[in-house]
Design a protein around this ligand. Structure first.
Ligand SMILES: [Zn+2]
Ligand SMILES: [Zn+2]
Length: 338
């Protein structure tokens, strides 16, 4: 796959990559389309888009070739890979928080000028970023955990989501749907918000108790009619300015919100209500690898799988149609199968 202009994607034939020393070659079996891919897909600047490499940062497959100086991995191993190229030496890398590394070199498949990503039949990956994909889940599940699954799980851990909570999930794209699936299994009463009726229906299937349409009226009033006290916790996955400004209305005093969705720069107007009501709000960016094994244990314990949020699958040859559909913001997760 490659981006081919604003809201254009195309397939092209390329030589199979070879693993450099320290790298392995992954033969792709599954790859997910993430919201960050769509930010690039929608980018209006052709120079920016032209300079992009193969998109996709949710790879999963089997090792096809092991480069020189790689230890501990073999041909045939089932793997995924962490997409952020980090320094490994800063304070945050050293303490297990490489997701917030201050000297990032780039990312696989996200942004211009960095390394080629997952939306291709083969991908070369530095062995230090490989993660084992468990045998008791599909490789599609492993692809999703590599970005969106972890991105949904980690803020729920930081929020301390539990059976004591009403948890609002604002934005029911794939990350919001995964937060609905995981948050409801953590015991929370999940309340979903999204303008798409299809996405609200998916959220209810995955565990949301109630869902609301923010275009049907002031969202704070709608939710407060059913939950007069306000929600205990909020997971913001839409990135919409209106969703940000609604946060103080949706939360009870001392409530807590995780900001996950990107896209809005105009949410300062609600800052005073955050102050007066002592709300706790934190940003969250992908997930630290300290959580990787805990995610699989959690999924196993509750007999759930990230691929439950997948609604559409495409071969890579139909990649342009896959991106067009994902861009409509009406589906669950869109994945490539190889
Ligand atoms: Zn992502
Ligand atoms: Zn670092």
């Amino acid at each position: 796959m490659r981006y081919a202009g604003e809201r254009q994607a195309a397939v092209q034939e390329r030589a199979e990559p070879r693993p450099a020393p320290g790298e392995v070659l992954i033969q792709m079996k599954a790859a997910g389309i993430c919201g960050s891919d769509l930010h690039l897909y929608r980018h209006p600047d052709p120079r920016f888009v032209e300079s992009s490499r193969v998109p996709g940062h949710e790879p999963a497959g089997v090792i096809a070739e092991v480069g020189r100086d790689v230890q501990g991995w073999s041909v045939g191993d089932r793997v995924t890979a962490y997409f952020r190229l980090v320094c490994g030496q800063c304070e945050f890398c050293r303490t297990g928080h490489s997701n917030v590394c201050t000297n990032r070199r780039g990312s696989y498949g996200v942004g211009p000028g960095t390394a080629d990503g997952a939306d291709a039949e083969y991908m070369a990956v530095e062995a230090q970023y490989l993660l084992p994909a468990p045998d008791d889940f599909s490789l599609e599940d492993a692809a999703i955990v590599a970005c969106q699954g972890g991105t949904a799980y980690w803020p729920l851990v930081r929020l301390g989501a539990s059976g004591a909570d009403v948890l609002v999930v604002s934005g029911l794209g794939p990350v919001g749907l995964l937060a609905t699936l995981f948050g409801s299994r953590m015991g929370a009463e999940v309340v979903g918000i999204d303008p798409s009726a299809d996405r609200r229906a998916l959220a209810e299937q995955l565990g949301a108790r109630r869902t609301f349409d923010p275009t049907a009226g002031p969202i704070g009033e709608q939710v407060r009619a059913s939950y007069p006290r306000g929600a205990d916790k909020l997971f913001e996955a839409s990135g919409a300015a209106a969703a940000y400004t609604a946060i103080p209305e949706l939360l009870r005093p001392l409530g807590m919100a995780a900001l996950v969705g990107l896209g809005s720069r105009e949410f300062t107007s609600s800052l005073s209500a955050i102050v007066h009501r002592e709300l706790v709000i934190f940003g969250t960016s992908a997930f630290p690898l300290t959580e990787y094994d805990a995610i699989w244990r959690f999924l196993r314990r509750h007999t759930i799988a990230p691929s439950q949020v997948v609604t559409h699958r495409f071969g890579i040859e139909d990649g342009a149609e896959a991106f067009r559909l994902a861009d409509t913001a009406t589906t669950g997760k869109v994945c490539f199968a190889f």
